[in-house]
Design a protein around this ligand. Structure first.
Ligand SMILES: Cc1cc2nc3c(=O)[nH]c(=O)nc-3n(C[C@H](O)[C@H](O)[C@H](O)COP(=O)(O)O)c2cc1C
Length: 191
């Protein structure tokens, strides 16, 4: 009897250990990008983690020229807009981890990312923020993220400097970006 109990304990411990080693968490890499920086980094992150990519896209497309785009974005922020999105995540419940990639727009998340974060229940999920910026790093986006997802765990983020004053799609980051790889290791999403 004692032997059987001992065997059961060993098998149970092996099972727990196997689960920890294989890691059952599913990762969503959600990104919003206008000129391509966050998109390029999100692509690298998905490649290194095996996460699934999802683009946060607004129905109304932003203007292609920088000055026009910042004017539209400022106006949206001033009226606390929630621009409609053109797609949705099929089954958010299956993801335990969300890596959220976005550019700093006027000191925080683009308003379309506000729409995205309010559309799902992030309770119990861990969100890792990745911001690309022209000098302001996260700005106040982390505070806003916490307010938008009060029941999510906000994990350690990373900011990557990449400023564009050029037209849309003038991506400035080069990939693979080594800071991304080190960050993914540090937060335990890759070995
Ligand atoms: C509408 C708009 C607003 C921006 N506001 C800021 C800002 O407040 N602070 C900052 O550091 N960079 C700001 N930037 C620069 C972007 O954060 C930076 O170029 C980023 O890398 C762009 O990412 P993307 O290529 O994924 O769109 C702004 C850019 C745009 C288009």
């Amino acid at each position: 009897m004692k032997k059987l109990l001992f065997l059961a304990v060993i098998l149970f411990c092996m099972g727990v250990n196997m689960e920890a080693q294989t890691g059952t968490q599913k990762i969503l890499v959600a990104y919003f990008s206008w000129s391509g920086n966050a998109k390029a980094l999100a692509g690298q992150i998905a490649g290194e983690t095996g996460g699934e990519l999802f683009e946060i896209k607004t129905v109304t497309v932003y203007p292609d020229t920088y000055n026009e785009c910042i004017a539209v974005a400022k106006e949206e922020q001033n009226r606390n807009a929630r621009p409609a999105l053109s797609g949705s995540v099929a089954n958010m419940a299956q993801y335990s981890t969300v890596i959220l990639c976005y550019p700093n727009w006027w000191g925080t998340l683009p308003m379309g990312v506000f729409t995205f974060l309010e559309a799902y229940d992030f309770s119990g999920k861990t969100i890792y923020p990745l911001v690309t910026h022209g000098g302001s790093r996260f700005g106040r986006s982390l505070e806003d993220l916490k307010k938008l997802c009060p029941r999510a765990v906000i994990g350690e983020g990373l900011s990557v400097s990449a400023f564009d004053t050029n037209p849309k799609d003038a991506t400035r980051v080069t990939t693979p970006n080594r800071d991304i790889t080190s960050w993914l290791r540090k937060i335990g999403l890759v070995r």
